[in-house]
Design a protein around this ligand. Structure first.
Ligand code: C5P
Length: 229
């Protein structure tokens, strides 16, 4: 498998939904920060040549020291994260080493994502897809509601998927989309951004282990996953 992939890791979120404390990526899960768990797994993927972390402002040095021992052969770049996830990814993309032509974007909060999933996403991009996202079927019925909380639609669950990271892109496609962004534009995942600019987004099967740690309950689940391994 070619080492042709750079992984951008936005890790500058405050993690307010997790309760008061350090920035989320630096909170401990069984003694190690979430970011360390995440990068250790990403660095173990065979495709990965470089990892660019968008660190919480002020924690750049600490993040570099934290990760130096787990990146292995991968090049590590640390940039200062932005005020939004979008800005953090943009800064990481701008600092990515020039050679890798496959770009993955991976949330630090998905700290137990297996290395194989990163390789599968990269392989699908290498295989010719402009944009690739790992997805899982949705188990809850999902409602669309209005501002007052009244249900306005119930999309057919069979057509819905929950989207994870790492999300993969042909470098040129992601760079073009970020270059085209207008002031004030927002998005919650990078695949929706590139889709706005015309790219087709391909799905592959995700992994339950690639769950996102957002709330305290998710930490309990992540601990159980870690203990099982
Ligand atoms: O807010 P949410 O949990 O969806 O954030 C997803 C990822 O984006 C997290 O890994 C978080 O650290 C990152 N993020 C960031 N910069 C921000 C806000 C979020 O890198 N300003």
């Amino acid at each position: 498998m070619p080492r042709d992939t750079v992984v951008l890791v936005p890790a500058a979120g405050r993690g307010e939904r997790l309760g008061p404390g350090a920035p989320k990526a630096l909170r401990a899960l069984r003694g190690d920060p979430l970011l360390l768990h995440a990068v250790r797994r990403i660095a173990a993927a065979e495709s990965v040549a470089a990892i660019v972390v968008a660190a919480p402002p002020g924690a750049e040095r600490a993040v570099r020291d934290l990760l130096a021992s787990v990146v292995g052969a991968a090049e590590l770049v640390v940039v200062t994260g932005g005020a939004s996830r979008e800005e953090s990814v943009a800064r990481a993309l701008a600092a990515a080493p020039p050679d890798p032509q496959v770009v993955l974007v991976h949330d630090a909060a998905r700290c137990l994502c297996p290395p194989e999933l990163a390789d599968e996403v990269a392989a699908a991009v290498r295989g010719g897809h402009d944009a690739v996202v790992p997805v899982l079927p949705v188990t809850d019925t999902v409602k669309q509601v209005d501002g007052g909380g009244a249900v306005v639609a119930t999309p057919d669950r069979a057509t819905l998927r929950a989207v994870q990271t790492p999300q993969g892109f042909r470098r040129e496609v992601l760079v073009r989309a970020y270059a085209a962004v207008a002031a004030g534009e927002t998005w919650t995942d990078d695949a929706s951004l590139v889709a706005r600019y015309g790219a087709a987004v391909h799905t592959i099967p995700g992994r339950e282990e690639a769950m996102k740690v957002t709330r305290p309950f998710d930490l309990l689940v992540a601990e159980a996953v870690l203990d099982r391994a």
